[in-house]
Design a protein around this ligand. Structure first.
Ligand SMILES: Nc1ncnc2c1ncn2[C@@H]1O[C@H](COP(=O)(O)OP(=O)(O)OP(=O)(O)O)[C@@H](O)[C@H]1O
Ligand SMILES: [Mg+2]
Length: 366
C-alpha cells in the first residue's frame, strides 16, 4: 500500500498536450476513480503512474519518493487492462502465480498466496483450467488475482469491466469493492461509466481534455459540481441545463427559462449573489429536482408532457418549459402519456447556476 502523489504533470505526444498540469494526491488505501470522456487522458495518467508511459515534466511520488524516472518494474505497481491479458497456455493457477515465480518466491508460500487470492475472487474451482474455458467475468477475476497476488503498492485498473455485459459488470463491481475493503490496497480505477464511479469511489477524479475538473467524494461531485461539464457528466439522466434570466427584485425574484412566460420562484437568499454577476446564466436542475403535480399549487405553472420513459422503479417524464424540455423523475405511472397537462416547479434549493461562457458553477443555490 502506498500514497501516490502527482505534481504538475504535463504530458505531450508530439505537440498534442494530453495531461495539463495534473496535480493529484491519492492517499494510502484510498479507492480513486478517474472518470471522463474518451480521449480525456485517463489511460495516459494511469500509465504514467505505473511507469508504462513517461511524463514530459512534473513529479510522481510513491510514498514520498520520486519515481517518474524509474522503470515500471521498479515501482511495484500492478495494472489490470480492459482486455484479459492472460497467458493462454498456462492454467489459472500458473497465471496467478506467475508474478510470484518471477520474484522467486518458494513453492509453499506461492501456493498459499494463490489459494488466498483465488478464494477471495471465488475462482478456486478454476485453478487447474486454462483461461480459454472461462467466462469473461472469470477471466477478469484471474487478471485481477494475478495483479493482486504479490501485494503490490497500488493496483491500477483501466476499464477492467469494459467488455463485460451489464449484469456481470454490476456483479463484478460489487466484488471489486469487497476486494478493496478486504485488502485495503491503494486503487486507481478508470472508467467512463459514471454509475461505476459513483458506486466504487472514495473520491472521483474528473478529467476532461487533459484538465482535472474536480476531485471529491461521489456525493460532493454530484451535489456540488464545480462546472457545467461535471454537472452534465455525473448523474443519469443528465442534469437539465437551460438558459435563464432573473426577474423581479426585493424579495420577489423568479428565474425564467428562455421562452417561458412564467418563472420559477426563488427565495432571494438563494440567488442574490448570482443575479449580481450580471452575466447570462444557465440554470441546472437534476431530474429529481423538477417537481410535477396534477393540481396547481403555489409556485407551479402549467406545462405539457412530451416523452415518457418508464424505468420500472420510476419514470422519466419530459415537460416543455419555454424553449427547453425539462426531464423530471416521477413515481411510476405518474402520467399516462404524451400531451398531458401537468404543473411544474423546481426545488430552488437543488438548483445550480452556471456562467454561460466559462461553465463555472456560480454557487448561488448551495
Ligand atoms: N501513444 C500515443 N501517441 C499519441 N497520442 C496518444 C498516445 N496515447 C494516447 N494518445 C492521445 O492522448 C489522448 C488521451 O488519450 P487517453 O487514452 O489517455 O484517453 P482516455 O481518457 O483513456 O480515453 P478512453 O476513454 O477512450 O480510453 C488522446 O487524444 C489520444 O489520442
Ligand atoms: Mg483509456
Amino acid at each position: 500500500m502506498a500514497q501516490i502523489d502527482m505534481r504538475s504533470i504535463q504530458k505531450f505526444f508530439g505537440s498534442h498536450q494530453v495531461l495539463k498540469d495534473l496535480n493529484l494526491t491519492i492517499e494510502d488505501g484510498e479507492f480513486v476513480v478517474m472518470l471522463g470522456q474518451s480521449g480525456g487522458g485517463k489511460t495516459t495518467a494511469l500509465r504514467a503512474i505505473a511507469g508504462l508511459e513517461t511524463v514530459t515534466s512534473g513529479q510522481i511520488l510513491i510514498d514520498g519518493v520520486e519515481m517518474q524516472d524509474k522503470k515500471a518494474a521498479d515501482r511495484d505497481i500492478a495494472f489490470v487492462f480492459q482486455s484479459f491479458s492472460l497467458y493462454p497456455h498456462m492454467t489459472v493457477r500458473e497465471n496467478i502465480s506467475f508474478p510470484l515465480r518471477a520474484v522467486r518466491m518458494g513453492a509453499a508460500e506461492r501456493e498459499k498466496a494463490v489459494n488466498e487470492v483465488a478464494e477471495i475472487l471465488q475462482i478456486t474451482n478454476h485453478l487447474d483450467s486454462k483461461p480459454s474455458g472461462l467466462s469473461g467475468g472469470d477471466m477478469q477475476r484471474v487478471a485481477i488475482g494475478r495483479a493482486l497476488v504479490r501485494r503490490p503498492k497500488a493496483l491500477l485498473m483501466d476499464e477492467p469491466l469494459g467488455v463485460l455485459d451489464a449484469k456481470l459488470r454490476e456483479q463484478m463491481r460489487a466484488e471489486i469493492k469487497r476486494l478493496h475493503i478486504s485488502r485495503g490496497s491503494t486503487s486507481v480505477y478508470v472508467t467512463h461509466d459514471q454509475v461505476e464511479a459513483m458506486s466504487l469511489a472514495d473520491r472521483i477524479v474528473i478529467l476532461h481534455d487533459g484538465v482535472l475538473q474536480q476531485v471529491g467524494p461521489p456525493d460532493e461531485v454530484y451535489l456540488h459540481p464545480t462546472n457545467a461539464f461535471v454537472a452534465k457528466f455525473v448523474g443519469s439522466p443528465v442534469m437539465n441545463i437551460a438558459d435563464a434570466a432573473f426577474q423581479g427584485s426585493n424579495g420577489a425574484s423568479s428565474v425564467h427559462i428562455g421562452g417561458a412566460e412564467t418563472g420559477f420562484h426563488f427565495p432571494e437568499g438563494l440567488i442574490n449573489h448570482v443575479r449580481n454577476t450580471g452575466a447570462a446564466v444557465s440554470l441546472g436542475v437534476r431530474p429529481e429536482a423538477v417537481l410535477l403535480s396534477h393540481t396547481t399549487a403555489s409556485g407551479y405553472f402549467a406545462a405539457k408532457t412530451s416523452n415518457i420513459e418508464p424505468l420500472g422503479s420510476h419514470d422519466i417524464v419530459d415537460v416543455q418549459v419555454g424553449n427547453t424540455v425539462l426531464r423530471a423523475r416521477t413515481e411510476s405511472g405518474f402520467v399516462q402519456g404524451e400531451g398531458q397537462d401537468v404543473f411544474v416547479n423546481i426545488d430552488p434549493a437543488q438548483a445550480h447556476f452556471f456562467d454561460v461562457t466559462t461553465g463555472l458553477n456560480l454557487k448561488g443555490a448551495q
